[in-house]
Ligand binder design. Structure first.
Ligand SMILES: *Cc1c(COP(=O)(O)O)cnc(C)c1O
Length: 398
């Protein structure tokens, strides 16, 4: 890559095989998005008219009645929940987070009370809503949901994500059937899901997406769904949503990203990603203490990853020390390490510039070769690594 802006900002030229991570800059935007953002920045626009354009594109791609662009998917959770409580009552919108006189209970399965960098429940609660957990972490049936609904229930939030418990929970279609029979809107957090139409089609009233994840848009969130609820959520820009507003560049970039998604050669991209995975599997084959396996995406996005399992006795390094070694040096490779305590990490192929797959393969060979040649097993206590990360966060910007 020539004219890489990162050098002038004193930033490391990282290669991301971790996935669409906010902490790494989320995703790589296609040229159409870059051009659209650059084209609108020097112009004035009428924001409500631009959001109306966004509504039409979102409606087409998501099979929704209407939609708009907000700051992020987590902003979408807050404004959609707020909208479900206030409707289009402008006075109520200005009063939040005081919910006096409004239905203010919001249901969420206990197994969905996860964090994506911040807690989902916090995104609900900061509107003034009362979070009502449904069922147990690994068990939520129809009767749990029916029993949790009261005359104060405003909405239910359902999270579709690899972060959530993946068994024992009521499926979305049944969840929607129960809620819809009681006239209660279901808001689906589908931040990272490729399926733009399926959740509304299963009966959800609102579906929320991140523009900056698989879509490759600028940092923004997409709110799609039933027109009255989308409007009520949009009106929160005059209330608790003000700090979550998105600018013209976010709106135009999201429209461009959705249109690019519509035209994208999805099979071609899948084939290219498969080539990367095959290369890495070949690189990792027949190495002592290394087991590499292709695994499908847990929520059925059309995406496979490689799981790299490390036996420290044979490889002479732990999975986390290997992850840290890969992330160091002049060509840092960042792997997907959120399950690293099990002794494995993942490699995600969807955020690479062409050619970087070879750098990744070379870095794997280099670090595994170095470790194998070492006389001692490189094994930092996991707790020390965790503490170091927390310390780094706590002492920022030092
Ligand atoms: C990433 C993510 C979010 C947050 O999305 P942002 O657009 O970055 O705010 C919310 N929910 C889930 C399930 C996510 O994966």
């Amino acid at each position: 890559m020539t004219d890489d802006i990162r050098a002038s900002l004193n930033l490391r030229p990282i290669i991301n095989v971790s996935g669409t991570m906010t902490s790494l800059g989320a995703s790589i935007s296609p040229p159409e998005v870059v051009r659209a953002v650059a084209a609108v920045l020097p112009q004035f626009v009428e924001i409500d008219a631009l959001q109306k354009q966004a509504s039409q594109v979102i409606a087409r791609l998501c099979g929704a009645e209407a939609g708009f662009v907000t700051a992020s998917c987590s902003a979408g959770i807050s404004v959609a929940v707020a909208g479900a409580m206030t409707g289009s009552d402008l006075a109520a919108i200005e009063r939040l987070p005081d919910t006096t006189g409004l239905k203010n209970e919001v249901l969420i399965l206990s197994g969905h009370m996860v964090a994506y960098g911040a807690p989902v429940a916090q995104g609900i609660a900061l509107t003034g809503a009362k979070v009502v957990p449904v069922g147990q972490a690994t068990s939520a049936r129809r009767y749990h949901l029916e029993g949790a609904i009261t005359e104060r229930t405003a909405a239910a939030v359902y999270v579709v994500s690899h972060h959530t418990v993946q068994y024992g929970l009521i499926p979305l279609d049944e969840f929607c059937a129960v809620c819809n029979a009681r006239g209660m809107p279901v808001i689906v957090d589908a931040a990272s899901e490729y399926d733009l139409k399926g959740f509304l089609a299963q009966g959800a009233a609102v579906a929320l997406y991140s523009a900056h994840k698989f879509l490759g848009g600028p940092t923004a969130g997409i709110v799609a769904g039933r027109k009255d609820l989308v409007r009520a959520a949009y009106l929160q820009n005059g209330g608790v949503g003000r700090g979550m507003k998105v600018g013209k560049e976010g709106m135009v970039g999201t429209i461009a990203a959705l249109e690019a998604w519509e035209r994208r050669d999805h099979d071609g991209i899948r084939a290219r990603e498969t080539e990367y995975l095959d290369l890495w599997l070949r690189t990792l084959a027949d190495r002592p203490g290394v087991t590499a396996t292709r695994v499908p995406d847990p929520t059925h996005n059309p995406l496979d990853r490689i799981r790299v399992e490390i036996d420290p006795a044979q490889a002479h390094i732990t999975a986390w020390d290997l992850a840290d070694a890969l992330a160091s040096g002049p060509q840092p490779v960042i792997v997907r390490d959120h399950e690293i305590e099990h002794g494995y990490f993942y490699m995600d192929p969807c955020n690479l510039h062409p050619g970087q797959e070879h750098v990744v393969a070379a870095r794997l060979s280099e670090e595994l070769g170095k470790a194998r040649a070492s006389n001692e097993v490189i094994a930092t206590p996991l707790e020390r690594r965790r503490n170091r990360r927390e310390e780094t966060a706590r002492t920022w910007p030092d």
